[in-house]
Design a protein around this ligand. Sequence first.
Ligand code: NAP
Length: 290
Amino acid sequence: MKLLVYGAGVCGSLFAARMHEAGHDVSLLARGERLTALRRNGVQLAEEDGPAVKRVPVPVVEHPDSGYDLITVFIRTHQVDAVLESLAGVQGDVLFLLNWAAGPEALSAVIGHERLLLGFPTTGGTMDGDVVRYRKSNVITRRVAVPIGEPDGRTTPRLERIVEMFRTAGFNAKAEPQMDAWLRTHAAFEVPLGQAVHAAGGPVVLADDPDAVRGMLHLMRQNLAAMETPPVPRAFAALRALPQGLLVAVFRRFLKSPTAVHSGLDAPSPAAAAELRRLAEQLRAPAGGR
Ligand SMILES: NC(=O)c1ccc[n+]([C@@H]2O[C@H](COP(=O)([O-])OP(=O)(O)OC[C@H]3O[C@@H](n4cnc5c(N)ncnc54)[C@H](OP(=O)(O)O)[C@@H]3O)[C@@H](O)[C@H]2O)c1
């Protein structure tokens, strides 16, 4: 399968490098200074705070074209419109792996229903200059699979091929029959979390403000209650069912953990803030407007 990775930030660069190392025919699409840096040094990867930087010579391109079987898109929510337009005129299946709560129709209307798949990257990290500092996996994070799904929830041969391709590169991936509900559930959780962390000035400061954590939990519960479907995964229903005091204590502990600190929550970028704003708008839109 000839593969294009669209978006050379944290998730796209990491994915392209892993695919290249696994022997796949993969190119990475980048722009601006990132394009220049990738042409000069390849994808540079380092573990969280680790000193070793590895260079992976992934081929880099500047524009999409029709020569790919699959285009995987790793960009921010607010960057989707421009990328959609650039994909309308080229061929190939398109798998969006990002935060998206506006439903598949907003994407398929531009590129065609038959080309679209949705997913979410569950591995990540931060950019340190041109180096991608990826999160170390542990026994818990290894169990969290990258969900990938057809917009109508079917398990198709192409979906099975894509899930298998992810696995060949070491990604724990799985077919998800309710991808839209999965993405909305995630947004219902992530928007209040991200906005509360940004407002407080970091995860540890937020952890030390129980009132702010309670406010965040209240917004998560509101978002989940407003969903047209039960949460996916079902475990998120616990955010509405469990006592507030217990959940506030769990969140305060999480916010001080290395997982929160290395997730990029501690150093929000302008792109992350813009993405949260767009995602919040998508959550507020009425179902018919999605
Ligand atoms: N990072 C994580 O730990 C993590 C974990 C799980 C999920 N996610 C989600 O996964 C998605 C991708 O996140 P990310 O961290 O990889 O984002 P990111 O680091 O901001 O990378 C996005 C990349 O896409 C590029 N891009 C955007 N529009 C483009 C265009 N029109 N043409 C060419 N390149 C374009 C950006 O270039 P510019 O810099 O020039 O705009 C940037 O290099 C987001 O929805 C994020 O919330 C991230």
